[in-house]
Design a protein around this ligand. Structure first.
Ligand SMILES: [Fe+2]
Ligand SMILES: [Fe+2]
Length: 255
């Protein structure tokens, strides 16, 4: 097993994030991987403190995003599973058998009380069945696999705690293997998609699935990502750069 390292040889860690809204109603966005099943149950027990989970929303059905859906539905049988309508393979994931399910399209809304959610087209998806999310009162964009970046051993930080050099290095390490299509992409289309996204939404917070939360100057970070995607699109990724394990958070949870 080879742990991914930075150019300077330091270890590069990855994040798997799930986001919980505890409002008049409660919603969990993504569920971690099966390796973290115990963790997600204990976090929810602690935070919800006997409250029910009303919605379990998944961005896309990859294991590290949707790996605990059925376990959570066993624990919270009245919860509604919120899934992207996009795609035609829902039956492969057992979604058709779920008692309460809501299929969502971009622009659909879901109000939890104060928090006011809107589902967003997945501008940079890595799966046919995919959706992003935006919370209007915080102007927070949940952009799933996009805006991900690896970090050093200082895991519980925010983006502003890292230098631009470290962020770019972490973005390049993450995007190179998690979104490998970027090496073949037309940057004109990437830039047009970013402009379209920023015309439609003005994020003040960026909450990615695989990077720490961005709370300041989100547009600068988006431009950094655009720069990194341009760099990757200009070169061919050597498969030797890919981590040989934990490629998307699937190693056994040490705890
Ligand atoms: Fe993914
Ligand atoms: Fe992911």
């Amino acid at each position: 097993m080879r742990e991914p390292t930075s150019g300077s040889g330091d270890p590069l860690h990855g994040s798997d994030n799930a986001y919980l809204f505890a409002d008049e109603e409660t919603l969990l966005f993504d569920t971690f991987s099966p390796a973290s099943a115990n963790k997600i149950h204990s976090y929810l027990d602690e935070i919800l403190d006997d409250r029910e989970l009303d919605y379990i929303a998944i961005s896309h059905p990859e294991p590290n995003h949707a790996g605990n859906v059925h376990r959570l539905l066993d624990a919270y049988p009245d919860a509604t599973l919120v899934v992207p309508a996009r795609g035609n393979e829902h039956h492969l994931y057992g979604i058709d058998d779920v008692p309460h399910v809501r299929y969502v399209n971009p622009r659909d809304s879901l109000t939890l009380g104060t928090f006011d959610l809107e589902f967003v087209p997945p501008y940079f998806p890595d799966h046919g069945m995919h959706i992003w999310m935006y919370e209007r009162t915080m102007s927070a964009l949940f952009c799933v696999d996009w805006m991900g970046y690896r970090h050093g051993t200082d895991c519980l930080r925010f983006a502003e705690d890292f230098s631009e050099t470290k962020l770019k290095e972490g973005m390049e390490a993450f995007v190179s293997f998690a979104l490998p299509w970027v090496q073949h992409v037309s940057m004109d289309r990437v830039s047009a998609a970013i402009e379209h996204l920023l015309d439609g939404y003005s994020p003040e917070i960026i909450a990615p699935a695989h990077g720490q939360i961005i709370r300041e100057r989100p547009r600068e970070y988006i431009r950094l990502m655009e720069e990194v995607m341009a760099r990757i699109s200009e070169r061919e990724i050597d498969p030797a750069e890919w981590p040989t394990s934990d490629a998307d958070g699937l190693t056994e949870d040490p705890e």
